[in-house]
Design a protein around this ligand. Structure first.
Ligand code: UD1
Length: 362
């Protein structure tokens, strides 16, 4: 079975790592990694391949940045050419980024089966580009690998055949458990942020990059106001995404001195910081899940989430995007430190194994 596994943007790399590793156990599976080039800076891409022990991608499409249409189109043109040469039996896509959407459409039109990992998640917010990517990818996929119960429900409501939907757990958590174990043996003093962590206890770890939060001055300033207030109580470690850095400069946003602006971090160094944080504040999807898996309190700087299990069972709380709601969630979360949480079903580090079993055995 000839399989192409797609990765393009940062969160994809964590998801493909366990799927690729597991594929090596099956002699009759030839799995090749296609990097679309959606993310290309060393610290947004290559650093993750190194940290996650991924081999060099077998194919690199070099799509780069652009508007949604330009980026999606560039990936589609390059991937179509590759598919025609390679003629894979199956395409495996993960998550909800533009690369996921672009490659799924190309494969399906070439009559190649598509397996979507992390299928069925819905924020029901069509202003979010990822929601469009999720809906379109699921509308043409043949196999649906689902992380949580809400995904099963959404796909059933959309009329997908029951025997094509598999609740397998979460490959992002497979990767997290694998890497967390390795981190225990690593020499943490090698991380450039080692001293910073030593000197600052009880810190907040922050990530922020959603266009809805940082692409308008009003929303970015609203969130910054709340962050500066929180920074008066405890330090905030903030690895800044390139999009956010650009908008910060454009809008002349100024942060309190107690907010430490860092370069984007590799997977391991980010984990080294957030696993021991008093609180994680984020607008990312993956971190909502990862904090749930390690029981770290998290507040999500969004009005909705496509990952409701992290709120129902985990440590996550929706904070909204207004200064008052963020500060309210912050106080509630800091007070409720140590609240009960449970691991969602099948988040046990074996999702990738279940995916291959379903693909091979059926
Ligand atoms: C993309 C995903 C988002 C994911 C995020 C994680 C889509 C629609 N969005 O958003 O779901 O949460 O990745 O990071 O696919 N840039 C660089 N270097 C890079 C990559 C990007 O400088 O290596 C800059 C470029 O100026 C670019 C901007 O960041 O225009 C945004 O990158 P893009 O891939 O378009 O979207 P993200 O915001 O990263």
């Amino acid at each position: 079975m000839k399989v192409l596994l797609i990765a393009g943007a940062r969160p994809n790399f964590m998801k493909i790592a366990p799927i690729y590793r597991e594929s090596l156990k099956y002699d009759h599976v030839e799995c090749k990694i296609v990097h679309t080039g959606q993310h290309y800076d060393y610290d947004m891409s290559e650093a993750f391949f190194e940290d996650l022990e991924l081999p060099e991608p077998h194919f690199f499409l070099n799509a780069g940045s652009g508007t949604h249409a330009v980026q999606t189109a560039k990936i589609m043109v390059a991937f179509e050419e590759l598919c025609q040469k390679e003629r894979p039996d199956l395409l495996v896509v993960v998550g909800d980024v533009n690369s996921t959407l672009a490659c799924s459409i190309v494969a399906k039109k070439l009559l190649i089966d598509v397996a979507h990992v992390e299928a069925g998640l819905r924020s029901f917010d069509l202003t979010m580009p990822e929601e469009i990517n999720r809906i379109v990818t699921d509308s043409i996929s043949d196999f649906f690998f689902v992380t949580e119960e809400s995904g099963m429900k959404n796909l059933m409501q959309e009329g997908k055949p029951k025997d094509c939907i598999h609740l397998v757990g979460n490959v992002m958590i497979d990767n997290l458990f694998y890497q967390a174990k390795k981190l225990e043996k690593d020499n943490e003093s090698c991380f450039p942020t080692f001293e910073l962590k030593q000197q600052n206890k009880d810190y907040v770890f922050l990530t922020l990059h959603r266009p809805s939060n940082v692409d308008t001055k009003e929303s970015f300033e609203e969130i910054t106001f709340a962050l500066n207030q929180i920074a008066a109580e405890r330090p905030i470690f903030f690895p800044v995404h390139p999009r956010t850095r650009k908008m910060m400069e454009q809008f002349d946003i100024s942060f309190s001195e107690n907010i430490y602006l860092l370069s984007p971090l590799g997977f391991k160094e980010a984990l080294f910081l957030w696993k021991d944080a008093a609180l994680v504040m984020t607008d990312s999807g993956g971190l909502q899940e990862e904090t749930t898996a390690l029981g770290v309190p998290c507040i999500t700087l969004r009005e909705n989430t496509e990952r409701p299990i992290t709120i129902k069972m985990g440590t996550n709380m929706l904070a909204g995007t207004k200064k008052e709601s963020i500060l309210k969630a912050y106080r509630k979360s800091i007070k409720g430190k140590g609240k009960e949480y449970k691991l969602p079903p099948k988040w046990d580090g074996r999702a990738a194994m279940r995916i291959w079993m379903a693909l091979i055995v059926g």
